[in-house]
Design a protein around this ligand. Sequence first.
Ligand code: ZN
Length: 194
Amino acid sequence: MDSLQNFETPNFTASLSMATTTTTTTNPNPSPASDTISFSSPPSSSSTLSRYENQKRRDWNTFGQYLRNHRPPLSLSRCSGAHVLEFLRYLDQFGKTKVHTPLCPFFGHPNPPAPCPCPLRQAWGSLDALIGRLRAAFEEHGGKPEANPFGARAVRLYLRDVRDSQSKARGISYEKKKRKRPPQVPQPPSSSTS
Ligand SMILES: [Zn+2]
């Protein structure tokens, strides 16, 4: 699991507690960013923002905070896909999705009958949606599409990898249910989907 670069920065836990809670934070202190691309809210924002827009703004603020806390300091203009991957791995510590290791007896079980010590991670679906929002926010804040770190190939590959590995570990298929199931599949038909 730790074959990739470790990203252990305990200091972030205190300053970036937002991701640990499920309560909706209203972000009371939009601190001004000294970057070329602003992290503050766009002036056109009204009180009737959609849930998506609100979430996007929170995600953008979270990422801005992450950059400000980054050591060595990192500005958005120098942010690459590799830094986005760092960010995603950093978020894993706040994850709530059990992802079984291949050694776990529940590997591949969608509904394990007992607890196990496998790590909690961010679910692929959450990360995928997050990257989509951040990618949009980047360009809304003046970033150039060709320089969008959230659209980097490395990020796409990483997300695909997370999807495949979590699909195996959790016994859940993320494929759309369009394809016909081949008849010789040894497993019983899944009863979890309706
Ligand atoms: Zn497990």
